[in-house]
Design a protein around this ligand. Sequence first.
Ligand SMILES: [Zn+2]
Length: 459
Amino acid sequence: MPKNFNHDFSDSAANRNGNARKRAKKRSRLNFPALPKLSLPRLPRPGLFPVFGALIGFACIMLFISTGSDDVSARSQPHEEWITPELSLAADGSSQTTQTTLQSGDNAISALMRLGFDRKTSHNIISAANSSYKLRNIRAGKSFKRVNSRHGIDLFYNIDAGQRLHLSLPSGEKTWQSKLVKRQVFTRQHMSSGSIEDSLFSSAARAGMDQRTTMNLVDIFAWDIDFARDMRRGDSFQVIYEERFDDDGRTLESSILAAKFVNQGQEFMAVRYEQSNGKVDYFDPDGKSMRKAYLKAPVKFSRISSRFKLKRKHPVLGYTRAHRGVDYASPSGTPVHAIGDAHVSFVGWKGGYGRIVQLRHNNRNHTTFYAHLRSYGKGIKKGARIRQGQVIGYVGMSGLATGPHLHFEFRSRGRAVNPLTVKHPPAKPIEKAEKQRFLQQTAPLLGDLKQPPIQYAWG
Ligand SMILES: [Zn+2]
């Protein structure tokens, strides 16, 4: 369990005025791939950015606001460089752009004719494209963009996120030329932060986070925080995430690079790291995996007396039924430990189980059952928060049991699985040999998280 109390953050959080603290904040950092140098005049903004305008507008405002309080601007390039070759053609004052999208039942010919080409030219275009890409079978939803400029006619068709078909008829020529162009992928880094007022999702939405990113945040901290029960008003989060766009401004994916969550005063931090073996995972700042392992067994010093079997003769009932758990033969009174952080979802007598404690783990798909107990651990009551290793009861033989033993079940999404063979995600820490690289690579991101979230100038 990470215990990275960051007093700097706590102090600054306390100093911030309440108004600003309640307000969810967002800033963006723009990262651009290198683009070919353009000889064309720069585009005025945002009129010629019909697709990007709305997207970058807010980001730019936040960028300018945030430059005063940190060095975001130093790591950003001017947004005017976000010009694709396609848009650079459109930047020519004399050019004219028209676009059409295929409807269902539509085909390339009819789409091209809507762009002003006659039937014969449309056929010529499709033939010219053939060497690069077959336009005959394209489907509804796909678009063509026609740009008329002093250079001639250009026709663009986006095949997928990675490729674009570029057809051109240079001025004074009669044959269409065709080539495939690699499309640019743009990344943009965001920092969103906020505090919980009602629910995590609405607070995250106010901070400008999309649902997918919020889900990812929940997944990363699922082993430490029970998001269904542990959330409290005033809990706070700070998330640095990266969105990847294609050159039409469409989001391809979004991934969290680093995140901090303060839950009931306890701070959790996670950072994304690609290990040298290529595996990507989330780690705490010390390099421990965010995915916690469960204890290997709920009792120490015991032997397994009965394994998970889908069919066996019940020793007491005498008939054959599945044994959906593992029995650990232990002397009466042996302490039983919770195998992971959890909440008590049931404690009491339950038929053949006798005295049973059921735990719902912070990874909410997982529940564990501890049955035939002689007695319960201190403070074990429904809803109680349990830490890994905590004693939740003592081995006994309550219910249908021939002798003192612990009957242990592990359920994933409600289904009993064999706790001895269930594959938990590997939770290995960063290898020693790689620790230095890990620390170096993650330091900037974690450093950003340690700074108090930026304030709106008018906040
Ligand atoms: Zn059993």
